[in-house]
Design a binder for this molecule. Structure first.
Ligand code: ATP
Length: 503
């Protein structure tokens, strides 16, 4: 699996999907650029989200707020005081780690031990194995589980209390070693704020410390009244936004999974107090359906309900996707209560309330948030699509089985040979399709090689123009996934392609 992941990363670079930022200067950690194919896929993902959230919901509208915002917003939101990672350094390797991640990895290892015991027993007992009974009664499993639960409880309490000494003590007590040096020579645990800051205005006439937003959500909250009033919106309603967010992540690894500059697609849904948990369930279901509709495989998704809730939430779940490195969060759904609007009212001194004409009263609305990372979604789509196949003739091919609506190029048009008027005919076909689909013209190399190149970028249709085309106005359409070929009239191309690639 690790191997597949490495191949995926190099495929992304080789075919113009994702490049390391500033590569000729040896890169910038956890920052990436999207290339000529990547930008198309990314735009298609954003369109898929925007259309289903904004276009198809009468009661959801979009905005595009600025990245810079008044610094007090981040006080009100809790980010200045509470958006921290607890960091610990290993004195021997001089490497810095997130204390919480070290402990969570340790818990995951304990879970693995339990699963190994279960697997071993399942093999030994075969069909007659009663897994539930084994988990409940086997002394070794029970011992591992007791240890695991004890650690988990201690960890959860330390995180809740913000007790940094206790986090360090746990790392020492459980003999957690540095993955690089293998030693337990740890420093104290310190809090590290994840927000990037900069100065706005020139220092001569005084400047103001401002932050690069770590989430797009606050831009929605501070515009709640603007949108509600000017759009004459009635609760329940939502505001959606797609935009960049910035976090000074310490554990920057796993390619575009965790970046310092990334993009979010967020929707804040405003509801009556007391109705938030009903809407939370509704959005959980709606969002999972949206993911599954892409057809990447239903079994690749699962919910992970949070036990440990953020300071603003009264319910939270993640939609996790099976990446090459395990199930990981791609989207968070949070019941944010009236925390944000309430705090903005407090900090700004402006009344932020909604008058509910049906109830005849004013209140601070409650909020359900759906928040998904564009880049993580990109990675999940690429991971699910990437496929190495051995063909019947013994040759192999790499094919990106991208959902057709997301594919960067929808159709490649190729003249069989570079003469006899075939290139001109191919150009003519492209011109008739390019206003509806992203097309590519390719005349270099053998037709087989050209098909492989299109497979590698996930193009669902290849159209080949040959001598027969000039006689009977037909072309060969070759389908990416099945590699089947079909002879069709040029006039049919539009509807044949359109049917598959529209969302
Ligand atoms: P994690 O636990 O992985 O750090 P989070 O719970 O802090 O993520 P949220 O604050 O809920 O993430 O952000 C919502 C979404 O934004 C996430 O589900 C993820 O898709 C995306 N996201 C968050 N941080 C990053 C990042 N550093 N790089 C890329 N995407 C991110």
């Amino acid at each position: 699996q690790e191997d597949v992941f490495k191949k995926l990363v190099s495929h992304c670079k080789e075919y113009g999907f994702v490049f390391p930022s500033s590569e000729i200067y040896d890169g910038l950690a956890a920052v990436y650029d999207y290339g000529q194919m990547g930008v198309e896929l990314k735009n298609n993902i954003k369109k898929y989200w925007w259309d289903s959230m904004v276009m198809l919901h009468e009661n959801i509208v979009g905005i595009d707020s600025a990245i810079f915002m008044h610094p007090t917003i981040w006080k009100a939101s809790g980010h200045v005081d509470a958006f921290n990672d607890p960091l610990i350094d290993n004195k021997d390797s001089k490497k810095r780690y997130r204390a919480d991640v070290l402990i969570e990895d340790c818990i995951a290892k304990m879970d693995e031990k339990i699963e190994k015991e279960v697997e071993k027993a399942a093999k030994r007992f075969g069909d007659s194995f009663d897994e539930k009974l084994f988990r409940e009664t086997n002394p070794r499993v029970l011992e591992h589980k007791a240890k695991r639960d004890e650690l988990h409880a201690r960890y959860a309490k330390a995180m809740n209390d913000g007790d940094l000494n206790e986090l360090r003590q746990i790392i020492l007590d459980y003999d957690i070693v540095c993955p690089i040096s293998g030693t337990k020579n740890w420093t104290e645990v310190r809090q590290f704020n994840l927000m990037f800051s900069t100065e706005m205005g020139s220092t001569a006439d005084g400047s103001m410390k401002v932050y690069l937003r770590p989430e797009t959500a606050q831009g929605i909250f501070v515009n709640f009244l603007n949108v509600q009033k000017t759009g004459r919106m009635r609760i329940p309603f939502g505001i959606a936004q797609i935009g960049k967010a910035f976090r000074n992540e310490i554990v920057a690894r796993q390619f575009i999974f965790r970046m310092r500059e990334f993009e979010q697609m967020e929707m804040q849904f405003f509801v009556r107090p007391g109705e938030e948990l009903k809407w939370f369930e509704k959005w959980k279901e709606t969002r999972l359906k949206w993911h599954k509709a892409l057809g990447l495989g239903d079994q690749k998704y699962r919910f992970h309900d949070h036990e440990k809730l953020a300071h603003y939430a009264n319910a939270a779940t993640d939609i996790e996707f099976e990446m090459p490195f395990g199930f990981k969060e791609v989207e968070g759904i949070h019941s944010r209560t009236n925390f944000d609007l309430g705090n903005h009212e407090k900090f700004s001194g402006k009344k932020i309330q909604y008058f509910d004409p049906e109830l005849g009263e004013s209140y601070t609305p409650y909020v359900i948030e759906t928040s998904i990372g564009v880049d993580r979604m990109f990675l999940s789509v690429m991971a699910a699509a990437y496929c190495e196949e051995t063909l019947d003739n013994g040759e192999s091919r790499v094919v990106l089985r991208l959902p057709a609506p997301l594919a960067p190029v929808k159709v490649a048009v190729m003249p069989l040979v570079r003469k006899d008027g075939l290139p001109e005919k191919a150009r003519e076909i492209i011109n008739s399709l390019r206003f509806d689909f992203n097309c590519q013209y390719d005349e270099k190399d053998s037709i087989g090689k050209r098909y492989r190149r299109q497979d590698a970028i996930g193009t669902p249709f290849c159209v080949t123009v040959d001598h027969q085309t000039l006689e009977d106005h037909t072309v060969t359409v070759r389908f990416r996934d099945t590699m089947e070929q079909q002879r069709v009239d040029i006039d049919q191309l539009q509807s044949l392609i359109g049917e598959q690639v529209s969302l």
